[in-house]
Structures are given as C-alpha cells and as structure tokens.
Ligand binder design. Structure first.
Ligand code: NAI
Length: 333
C-alpha cells in the first residue's frame, strides 16, 4: 500500500477548514487509495476549536486517515507536507481600510512562506484559498524563493465550477456534461468568466456543442451570466449569512486532485498561476488561466482566440491585480 501523504490545511478551525478536512480524509482530494496525514494549523484564539475538530476526525474513524497534527506552530504544521491548502488569513472587517487588511495578510503570508520553504517536503504543491487569494499567493511565492513558482497557485476553481453550474442550469444539462469555461484573472468581482470556448455534451448523440450556439442568447452570456458568477459569493452570504464553505472546500479538492492526478483529455480547468505573459497578461502576477495538468504539472492552454470583448475584461482584471500587487508591496516597507 502507498505511503501516507501529509496535507496541510491552515485556518483549519474555520468554516472551510471544517468542510475540507473530512473530504481530504475520505480521499476526495488525492484519491480513494491514497492514505493521508492531516496537518491542521490555526492561531491561538482558535486552538480549543481546533482540538474539537481533531476529536471529530478521530471519531469519524476514516480508514485513509493515518494521523493528525493539530497545532498553532507554523513550523510544526509545515513539516514534511506535500500539499498545502492555505485557508487561514485575516478577514476584512467592517470599517477596515483595504490597505490594513492587505497589510495583515502580507505579514501572514510572508511568515508562512518561510515556514513552508524551511519545512515542507520537496515539490510541495500549494493552493492559496484565503483572500485576497491571488495576491496572498504572490507574496507566498516571493518569500519562498526555493519553492518553484509553478508549485504556488491560488483557487479560482470555485468560480470555474460556479460558471459550469450556471450554464448547466440554463441549458438543462448535467453539470458533468459542461466543460472548458474559463475564469480569467483575479478571484474577485473583476474576474472574467468566459464561455467562448465552452461546450456541452448533448444527450442525443453525445456530441460536444458550443455553449454560445446552444444558449443562443449573447446578451445573457455577456451580461447576467457574468454578473451572476462574479457576484455569487455575495449571493451565498446573503442567503446563508456565512460565506461559501462547502463549495470552496470541494473546489479546493478538485484543484489539487486535477493538478496531481491530471485533467481528463480534452478538458481544461481554471487555476490561478504565476503568469509567464501568455495572452498578453503581465508576467509576474498570479492570474487565473485555463490550464491542463499532466504528471503533476500544469500548463496554460495556448492558442485560444480572444475577441475584443474578452480582451477588455482580461485587461481590467489584470489591472486590478497589478494594483493589488503594488498595494501589497507598499505594505512590505
Ligand atoms: P473563517 O474565518 O471561518 O476561518 C478562517 C480561519 O483562519 C480561522 O479559524 C482563523 O482563526 C484562521 N486564521 C487566521 N489567521 C491565521 C493564521 N495566521 N494562520 C493560521 N490560521 C489563521 O473563514 P472561512 O470562511 O473558512 O474562509 C477562509 C478564507 O477563504 C477567507 O479569506 C475567505 O475570504 C476565503 N475564501 C476564498 C474562496 C476562493 O474561492 N478562493 C472562497 C471562499 C472563501
């Protein structure tokens, strides 16, 4: 049988943490034949709650779960981890300036970058979930220079999955029959959900048909559809009085699973990755692109046609990310 893989979840006593740890322990993230050891990090005020989560993990008797480390010590949490899911961060509170929130997160991600660099296993794959996710990931990358930049990503798969869900609902298809939507840019309301290359497998002959053709409503695709995906987080908060947690947890598992085990042939997913300048996106930002994964490596899908409408939206979200980057850097001084 396989050796267990150590998986770090930071902010593990929080909402997403509570939703994701059972998924990891059940093999949703790394596969049903991959034993895991969960490393859970939170901060001192949440230490007691974190103990409670550890107790429940024991009580659930997960066959794949070979151990649990629950700690408030960052170095101990990072020791030997192969996968790091960074959910912990400083939330924006009422009346706080953007710069204050950024500054708190910059110092958290700077410190955690060093801890990962010193303690994680070789080739550790990192996904940052905590907001501002792209910029937190960028700071992590900057302060962990010995971790290959390709190993540091942020989560936009939730937005990708939300887009699949909206299209499936609109054309009355199964969500599993919709593929190749794209989330470009920031995990924020400037993200651009793009359906120009997306398809739906039709039930009659199993053929893939273009979403634009099938929906046949460009005003909706260019208007309400985009706004719904962009504003979905706010809609969930309005309904639940709490932000998305089960969908965020599930999407983070999808992100790591596809990265490690590969994307199906002919299918791409969206991941926030370190830009190499593809599609005219400034290099040096963590920007969400369409990617395929093979052998534990992602690569940006190349050669997609970008129309003027898309270009404008891709540039706007890049501009926001450049501004966030500048703000983050100003917090370092
Ligand atoms: P939460 O507030 O329930 O949990 C956050 C946890 O992080 C808390 O237990 C807190 O004590 C802990 N924490 C704070 N600072 C820490 C540090 N320095 N080290 C370790 N742990 C620390 O929040 P929730 O709902 O679980 O969301 C977590 C983050 O994920 C938020 O930033 C949220 O905005 C973001 N998010 C991102 C999504 C995405 O698609 N990228 C989707 C949904 C949420």
């Amino acid at each position: 049988s396989k050796d267990p893989v150590r998986v770090l979840v930071t902010g593990a006593a929080g909402q997403i943490g509570y939703a994701i740890v059972p998924m990891v322990a059940r093999g949703v993230m790394l596969g049903p034949d991959q034993p895991v050891i969960l490393h859970m990090l939170d901060i001192e005020p949440a230490a007691e709650a974190l103990k409670g989560v550890q107790m429940e993990l024991l009580d659930a008797a997960f066959p794949l779960l070979k151990g649990v480390v629950a700690t408030t010590d960052v170095a101990e949490a990072c020791k030997g981890v192969k996968v790091a899911v960074m959910v912990g961060g400083f939330p924006r509170k009422e009346g706080m300036e953007r710069k204050d929130v950024m500054s708190r997160n910059v110092s958290i991600y700077k410190a955690q970058a060093s801890a990962l660099e010193k303690n994680a296993a070789q080739g550790c794959k990192v996904v940052v979930v905590a907001n501002p996710a792209n910029t937190n990931a960028l700071i992590l990358k900057e302060f962990a220079p010995s971790i290959p930049p390709d190993n540091i990503t942020c989560l936009t798969r939730l937005d990708h999955n939300r887009a699949l869900g909206q299209i499936a609902g609109r054309v009355k298809a199964q969500v599993s029959d919709v593929k190749n939507v794209i989330i470009w840019g920031n995990h924020s309301s400037t993200q651009y959900p793009d359906v120009n290359h997306a398809t739906v497998r039709t039930s009659c002959n199993g053929e893939d048909r273009s979403v634009r053709e099938l929906v046949a409503d460009d005003p909706w695709l260019n208007g309400d559809f985009i706004a719904t995906v962009q504003q979905r987080g706010a809609a969930i908060i309005k309904a639940r009085k709490l932000s998305s947690a089960l969908s965020a947890a599930s999407s983070a598992c999808d992100h790591i699973r596809d990265w490690v085990l590969g994307t199906p042939k002919g299918t791409w997913v969206s991941m926030g990755v370190y830009s190499d300048g593809s599609y005219g996106v400034p290099a040096g930002l963590i920007y969400s692109f369409p990617v395929t994964c093979d052998n534990g490596k992602w690569s940006i899908v190349q050669g997609l046609r970008i129309d003027d409408f898309s270009r404008e939206k891709m540039d706007a979200t890049a501009k926001e990310l450049s501004e966030e980057k500048a703000l983050a850097y100003s917090c370092l001084n």
